[in-house]
Design a binder for this molecule. Structure first.
Ligand code: NI
Length: 135
């Protein structure tokens, strides 16, 4: 019997989306305000979901306090109040789009969970725009 449990977290980060081999005009046209040379911030909302078997003894799929601590230690501490382009090595050569941020978060968290769990990362960059990444 499987169920999905989710933990909601958030972080504030600055970024700039830019493709270095494109011209300034091409970048500005494609990325709009997210191409701003001096960066800009987003209030990211993150939902990490774990799907797994309900433990017949505890009734839990996963301990939510542990999940919350993992997100704090592995994700928030690396992204909150950071400039993603400059402060986070993973984005040195990777555009910090919501898609790529989701992938990086997944890759950070995945090793902490047994392979019997399915993990989904849902990341809101704005209240209306979000990405889902399943690995
Ligand atoms: Ni942006």
């Amino acid at each position: 019997m499987k169920a999905t449990v989710s933990r909601h977290a958030h972080f504030n980060s600055a970024h700039r989306l830019n493709v270095s081999k494109w011209t300034d005009i091409e970048n500005k046209e494609y990325f709009g305000p997210c191409n701003n040379v001096n960066f800009h911030g987003h209030n990211y909302e993150l939902i990490v979901s774990l799907t797994g078997d309900i433990d017949p003894v505890t009734g839990y799929v996963y301990d939510m306090k542990e999940l919350s601590d993992l997100i704090k230690n592995d994700v928030e501490s690396r992204l909150d109040h950071k400039n993603l382009n400059l402060d986070v090595p993973e984005f040195k050569d990777l555009n910090p789009s919501a898609e790529n941020i989701s992938k990086v978060i997944y890759d950070w968290l995945r090793p902490s969970f047994s392979s019997k769990f399915t993990i989904k990362i849902k990341l809101y960059e704005t209240p209306r725009n979000f990405v889902e990444y399943f690995g």
